[in-house]
Design a protein around this ligand. Structure first.
Ligand code: ATP
Ligand code: MG
Length: 563
């Protein structure tokens, strides 16, 4: 896998598009589409498809349509239509005026079905769903012809019209393509084109009680919109003969379907059906829970659009299904956040520190660098005073050899401030450490000793009198297994849910510059990771989500492998 530094090569789809542009196959046009079914929120897998389709359109001077493939009335909702548009826009893509709905094409689709009936290529079938399945045969056995296969054109036209008119109950009849019940590809064994479903549709209301099947609808949608390259995931490879058959029989404009491998990620489930289950069963707090692999969840967690786009570029596009290591996603995230996130100081588990020789009531403003990676980000003034908080885990009363942080009698640096030495440990009746006393060296202001003496640790801190209270939510993977689908008999993916995927901390202390932090703005809390202001946060109740820790396990792995 490329780590982003190797030489760029065109992926196989971009190669096809390049060749088509050179040969003039589509008169130089490049028209792609992203065709979600609005039956859930988009996830990181969709981002791969979005970046591919919109990316190709942008690179080749073409356009990409956002098309809702809303042909299934029972699972689709307006809420999903809205969230999908917001997500695509947030990722940085723009469909301009090219927003389409498959349901807007129901009438021409119906007329094309009538055309196929007239040509003797489609028939109304009265087999039940179960019978249809039995008649279809298997991979090793040919199917059997439906007893209704040889109805006359007139009878088929009459019955199909009456299906549309609502004369028949759900499931009593279908319209099927008349292809070949012995075809080696099961998709070609007289596939169903229409089913009867008396259900209200989110856009067409009760206008229809017959709804087109995906394979019938999708090619027609592409054809109507003059798509050039209809890019989809590998599961549709053996649907391509049917895609081609429908368009060839009708003699209409015929895009090229191209399949690529879908994204799978470790520790993640990606199907909307499973994500819906997590939401409905209350395993997460909604579609935008920061633990969800949805675009909305990742946004709330603190992912940047640039990081997701870079991830999609780095993983590339190919024809082989594989599973990408979650650490690679986090690597791309860290790379971007490192460049773009202002640094601040925050203490998650505060331990009070009193500097005995610091003047009572004095406040000094320490010059703190906002982003060492970005000089133009400038500096800010962090207030320092006699009573501070440091991180509980930055102190040990009886430290082992490799612990270099604060300990009795040891001098350490408080970032941007002074060298301090711990002189006394105060405990409660149960023996818990509740307060430290220190002395400071006034000559080390700014964090350096004029005599050149060194300390082995630099700690972050906040001034107790100035700090703001905050809640901080720490996250871990939603699943404990790299492959959550790998389950014992009788279990499903929820068996591997991680009971510790959320740890909510209260009583955290953050520096006062965060007072007016905007919802969804991103920061690096020094030494603790990247954090994002939760949308529910307010100046009265500040809430931060930890996006990711600082330690780039992916980069470390790569270094090890390369050395
Ligand atoms: P899901 O199984 O999650 O419901 P889907 O394929 O049914 O996914 P659609 O709304 O039909 O969801 O998908 C819209 C587009 O996104 C399709 O072109 C589909 O191929 C693509 N897509 C969906 N999941 C992935 C994935 N994991 N990786 C890449 N592309 C994907
Ligand atoms: Mg689907």
């Amino acid at each position: 896998m490329s780590n982003g530094e190797s030489v760029e090569r065109l992926d196989f789809i971009r190669q096809i598009v390049t060749e088509d542009c050179a040969s003039g196959k589509w008169d130089g046009r490049v028209v792609t589409r992203f065709p979600p079914e609005p039956n859930g929120y988009l996830h990181i897998g969709h981002a791969k498809s979005i970046c591919l389709n919109f990316g190709i359109a942008a690179e080749f001077g073409g356009r990409c349509h956002l098309r809702f493939d809303d042909t299934n009335p029972t699972k689709e909702e307006e809420e999903y239509v809205e969230s999908i548009q917001n997500n695509v826009r947030w990722l940085g893509w723009d469909w301009g005026e090219h927003l389409y709905f498959g349901s807007d094409y129901f009438e021409p689709m119906y007329q094309w079905a009538v055309q196929l009936i007239k040509a003797g290529k489609a028939y109304v079938c009265d087999l039940t769903a179960e019978q249809t399945r039995q008649y279809r045969g298997t991979l090793t056995q040919p199917g059997r012809e439906s007893p209704y296969r040889h109805r006359t054109v007139e009878e088929n036209l009459d019955l199909f019209e009456r299906m549309r008119a609502g004369e028949f109950p759900d499931g009593s009849r279908t319209l099927r393509a008349k292809i070949d019940m012995a075809h080696p590809n099961l998709n070609m064994r007289d596939p169903v084109m229409y089913r009867i479903l008396h259900a209200s549709h989110h856009r067409t209301g009760d206008a229809w009680c017959i709804y087109p099947m995906y394979d019938w609808a999708h090619g027609l949608e592409d054809s109507i919109e003059s798509i050039t390259h209809s890019i989809c995931t590998l599961e549709f490879e053996n649907h391509r003969p049917l895609y081609d058959w429908f368009l060839d029989q009708l003699g209409v404009y015929h895009p090229q379907q191209i399949e690529f491998a879908r994204l799978n990620l470790t520790y993640t489930v990606m199907s909307k059906r499973k994500l819906l289950r997590l939401v409905q069963d209350g395993h997460v707090n909604g579609w935008d829970d920061p633990r969800m692999p949805t675009i909305s969840g990742m946004r709330r967690r603190g992912y940047s659009p640039a990081a997701i786009r870079e991830f999609c570029r780095v993983i590339g596009v190919n024809k082989f299904n594989s599973t990408v290591d979650f650490q690679l996603l986090e690597h791309c995230l860290r790379q971007d956040l490192n460049k773009t996130s202002p640094r601040v100081m925050a203490v998650l588990r505060p331990l009070k520190v009193v500097i005995d020789n610091y003047p009572d009531g004095q406040v000094e403003y320490m010059n703190a660098i906002n982003n060492p990676e970005e000089e133009s980000a400038g500096t800010r003034q962090a207030p320092f005073s006699k009573v501070l908080y440091i991180e509980q885990e930055d102190f040990m009363e009886d430290p082992p050899k490799k612990f270099f942080r604060m300990a009795p009698g040891r001098e350490v640096r408080l970032r941007y401030a002074y060298f301090v030495t711990c002189t006394e440990v105060i405990k409660d009746a149960d023996g818990n450490i509740i307060e430290l006393h220190c002395t400071y060296d006034p000559a080390t202001r700014g964090g350096d000793a004029p005599d050149g003496r060194k300390v082995k640790a630099t700690l972050h801190w906040v001034s107790a009198a100035h700090a703001l209270d905050a809640e901080v939510r720490l996250y871990d993977h939603l699943f404990t297994q790299a492959n959550p689908e790998d389950v014992e008999e009788g279990q499903d993916f929820t068996a591997h849910l991680n009971p510790n995927s959320l740890e909510a901390l209260t009583g955290c202390k953050v520096e006062p510059s965060l007072r007016d932090a905007e919802p969804l703005s991103r920061y690096q809390f020094e030494r603790l990771g990247y954090f994002c202001v939760d949308p529910d946060s307010s100046s009265r109740r500040m809430i931060f989500n930890r996006t990711v820790t600082l330690r780039d396990t992916w980069a470390k792995e790569q270094q090890k492998q390369n050395s």
